[in-house]
Write a protein that binds this ligand. Sequence first.
Ligand SMILES: Nc1ncnc2c1ncn2[C@@H]1O[C@H](COP(=O)(O)OP(=O)(O)O)[C@@H](O)[C@H]1O
Ligand SMILES: [Mg+2]
Length: 237
Amino acid sequence: MSLVFVRDLHKVYHLGGKEVHVLKGVDLDIQRGETVAVVGPSGVGKSTLLHLIGALDHPTHGEITVDGVKLWGLSDLEMARLRANQIGFVFQFHHLLPEFTALENVMLAGLIRSGEGNPKARAIELLHRVGLSHRLDHKPGELSGGEQQRVALARALHNQPPLVLADEPTGNLDRDTALELQHLVFELASERALSFLIVTHDLKFAERCHRILRLQDGRVVETVTPEFNTKRLPLAP
Ligand SMILES: Nc1ncnc2c1ncn2[C@@H]1O[C@H](COP(=O)(O)OP(=O)(O)O)[C@@H](O)[C@H]1O
Ligand SMILES: [Mg+2]
């Protein structure tokens, strides 16, 4: 079964008496270990789609299953539990807590969950993995933009979710720093059999994913270019 299964997903926002029909029947499947890019112009509904799959918001209509859990009809508490255990988030702006160190920011993610193992050891291991062993005690304001995003990535992985949702994770980084983050995403996806759903405006980033989905007119269209096919990365075992 697909890790993410979406059928006939609709989202209508109500704004000042007006209806904005953003998603009009989105279907998509993501397998375990797959990296999938979502592209499309600003305002087309990419963030909306991520919020719905990430159980941050309720759809107007449609079916979403994540890691065997049907999102339809879940209470807010059940949605929060799903978010804590099955899903990691990385946003364009890191959303780290400014008063806490890198290590604390990563560990805090684990407090919501009664997880197995040692949350501190896992946070240290992850920060080491993203190349920040020497920055454990730094607060976000004492880190570069690239380092902040690597802490955000480590935080997203702390609960060992099978799925990471990333909304323009390199949108705020310069070219070289963005490339470093991309490398990390693909390495982590492959070594931990993680699925990533990544919204990006960077076509080079999108082309390194297993698949590219284009959102247009409220629906998802799969785009495959010949060049892209040759760059396909093998699926994680
Ligand atoms: N909470 C909301 N209330 C009303 N309209 C919204 C809300 N969130 C997003 N929208 C509208 O939905 C559309 C899609 O937004 P979004 O998903 O953020 O697009 P994207 O991420 O592709 O730029 C936009 O027209 C936006 O103004
Ligand atoms: Mg957006």
